[in-house]
Design a protein around this ligand. Structure first.
Ligand code: HEC
Ligand code: HEC
Ligand code: HEC
Ligand code: HEC
Length: 511
């Protein structure tokens, strides 16, 4: 018989962070094992499905994430007296299963930076998925991280108890591997399940399951990890917001006797408050990201948002209520809000990556770059915004004052104009005939030009008729760039009028 499952999908609101109160003085920051024997519990911190992200792109206000902020959270936890274990669930080193030759130098360098960061965070162990093996097993192993082969078990000492971590490659192996961990002496068994929350949910209620917690580490597609999930089955199943935007924190409380752990769920009051805050924060954040919002108003709302975030953070960082005399655990999601500080050493690792990668990519382009393919016969090519100017002079002022014309400059200001994971949406005609195919040849295609929306215009510019140019690209085209990650508040009806005006269509002209 299957028990009814409650799925709690908590909105992955993108929010500002908060100022943290100083931690109470730590009794010991030494090796966790020093506390063995007396420890009344332990803290486990998990990352998973990071998909090759060192941090968010900054395309919208208050974007979450950043390995330096994750490192900060781990460091803060270590200031307490309890042993802290940081564990990674895998699928973390690369963002795509296959790379084009031009991407190889950057993506390898990024994987190295992620590995270096995890080492500095004191990674205890990690599982691996196919997004870790994009450059082969030898490359991955060369990074020197403590890894758990699929189908194996590792016991970690967490003060007075042993935490058994199992890397479960498929559903059928969940029960036997969890049982094995228990047999080998694990007091608390965590299954790093290489699959989706739904796949884990299907096997989480089987009788006699020895796992205490299942972390589903693999989301099906690039955008299926936009929200975190918690399934309250017999054994709880957790899926994290992907791309390094949050950590899972598990607080273990130890009773005097060894024995199975039970989940503390009774924080209904806190959960209710957090949910109410989340709702208000989501609304504020949407308003803050409204295109064209007055800076004054934006500032006011941002201040209000940060106040709410601080309140939420206080609720989240209150010590977990562990009932005395029993073995218990509680689960919390720790969002890596944009105003959390970064851990300085890891910040340096990221900065070094940023510095190197632009130079590496530019050098690669000069040596191996290939021009865009010629258009097929009768097919139009991109010709650049300057070519439209001579006949559509009346349209130019509006576009020139829009953010689209500024999109390349935005990258330059950040020093990221040669980052391959940025240029695609900030230039015109990326990887298309007449567009941008190599980073050393971007001239004339910088920014989101006319043809980013109206399509390649070579035929139209030679022989202008309405038949050889797209008049209205429609919403579908906008969301190729304004996707749920980079433009989470995109709303066609709100955004469209902002790009139209005198000289360039009128919002009221069409539905
Ligand atoms: C998938 C397309 C896409 C990619 C890839 C992308 N961006 Fe963006 N970027 C956008 C969109 C769309 C916006 C506008 C979002 C909005 O206002 O809703 C934007 C806005 C920005 C802004 C804000 C500009 C402003 O006016 O405040 C910055 C900064 C930025 N991007 C930097 C980056 C960097 C750095 C990268 C690479 C790490 C990157 N972008 C990659 C689509 C993208
Ligand atoms: C040589 C002059 C010329 C150039 C260059 C030119 N256009 Fe046009 N364009 C026209 C004329 C003339 C029309 C109006 C056609 C009509 O309504 O008969 C037009 C119409 C359009 C329309 C409206 C189509 C419609 O269905 O109403 C769009 C969109 C457009 N042009 C975009 C562009 C873009 C983008 C470029 C640059 C790649 C460009 N044009 C370059 C002359 C030009
Ligand atoms: C080729 C990618 C791309 C396409 C296609 C695109 N945009 Fe954008 N859009 C961007 C980028 C990048 C920015 C941010 C530029 C910057 O500030 O540097 C942006 C910014 C904007 C902004 C300003 C947002 C703000 O916060 O002020 C609006 C409005 C907008 N886009 C509307 C649209 C609409 C409507 C469409 C479809 C008709 C569209 N965009 C298609 C990439 C794109
Ligand atoms: C972000 C997407 C986007 C960009 C960039 C953009 N347009 Fe448009 N354009 C549109 C949309 C949407 C319409 C409205 C279509 C409608 O309502 O029929 C439009 C309408 C037009 C029209 C027909 C209406 C009119 O006012 O004559 C012309 C011509 C045109 N654009 C030219 C240009 C030129 C030239 C540029 C570059 C300077 C440009 N557009 C940049 C999206 C864009």
């Amino acid at each position: 018989m299957r028990r009814p499952l409650t799925v709690l999908v908590l909105a992955a609101v993108v929010l500002a962070g908060c100022k943290r109160a100083p931690e109470p003085a730590a009794a010991s920051t030494a090796v966790p094992d020093a506390a063995a024997g007396q420890a009344t519990g332990a803290i486990l911190l998990f990352s998973a499905d990071t998909r090759g992200y060192l941090g968010p792109c900054g395309c919208s206000e208050n974007m979450r994430g950043g390995i330096d902020r994750a490192a900060f959270e781990v460091q803060e936890a270590r200031k307490g007296t309890l042993p802290v274990l940081y564990i990674d669930g895998g699928d973390s080193l690369f963002g795509e299963p296959t790379l084009k030759p031009a991407q190889v130098p950057q993506e390898e360098r990024k994987a190295q930076a992620l590995a270096e960061s995890m080492k500095r965070m004191g990674l205890a162990v990690r599982a691996t998925g196919e997004l870790d093996d994009v450059r082969g097993v030898t490359f991955r192993q060369g990074l020197g991280l403590p890894e758990l082969a699929p189908g194996t078990v590792k016991l970690l000492t967490a003060g007075a108890r042993q935490v058994g971590v199992v890397a479960v490659p498929e559903a059928a192996q969940l029960a036997p591997l969890s049982a094995q961990a228990r047999k080998e002496g694990a007091d608390f068994v965590v299954a790093l399940f290489h699959g989706t929350v739904e796949q884990a949910q299907a096997v989480a209620d089987q009788p006699g399951l020895e796992a205490d917690l299942i972390l589903a580490t693999h989301t099906a597609t690039e955008f299926s990890g936009e929200e975190h999930k918690l399934v309250r089955s017999a054994v709880p199943v957790v899926g994290l917001q992907s791309k390094g935007r949050e950590l899972l924190r598990v607080d273990l409380g130890y009773g005097p006797q060894k024995g199975r752990f039970s989940q503390v769920k009774g924080q209904g009051q806190t959960e209710g408050e957090v949910a109410a805050l989340d709702q208000r924060m989501a609304l504020l954040n949407k308003e803050i990201n409204l295109p064209g919002i007055a800076p004054e108003l934006q500032k006011l709302k941002q201040a209000k948002l940060e106040e709410l975030v601080a309140r939420k953070q206080k609720l989240l960082t209150e010590p977990a209520a562990a009932p005395a005399g029993t073995n218990s655990f509680s689960l919390r999601f720790l969002p890596l809000e944009s105003s959390l500080p970064g851990q300085p050493e890891v910040q340096e690792v990221v900065k070094a990556y940023d510095r190197d990668v632009g130079q590496m990519n530019l050098a690669w382009a000069k040596e191996h770059g290939e021009d865009c393919p010629a258009p097929k016969k009768g097919e139009a090519a991109f010709v650049g915004t300057a070519a439209c100017q001579e006949c559509h002079a009346e349209t130019m002022p509006l576009w020139e004052h829009s953010k689209h014309s500024h999109a390349w400059a935005t990258l330059e200001e950040k020093g990221k104009q040669y980052h391959l994971n940025c240029v695609g949406c900030h230039v015109t005609g990326y990887e298309k005939p007449g567009g941008v195919c190599r980073l050393d040849k971007v001239a004339g295609r910088q920014g989101v030009g006319c043809e980013s929306c109206h399509g390649p215009g070579s035929l139209h510019a030679e022989d202008p008729t309405p038949k050889n140019i797209v008049r209205n690209p429609g919403r579908e085209l906008c969301v190729t760039c304004h996707n749920p990650e980079n433009s989470p508040h995109f709303d066609y009806a709100t955004y469209l009028p902002k790009i139209l005006g005198p000289g360039h269509g009128q919002p009221a002209a069409k539905k």
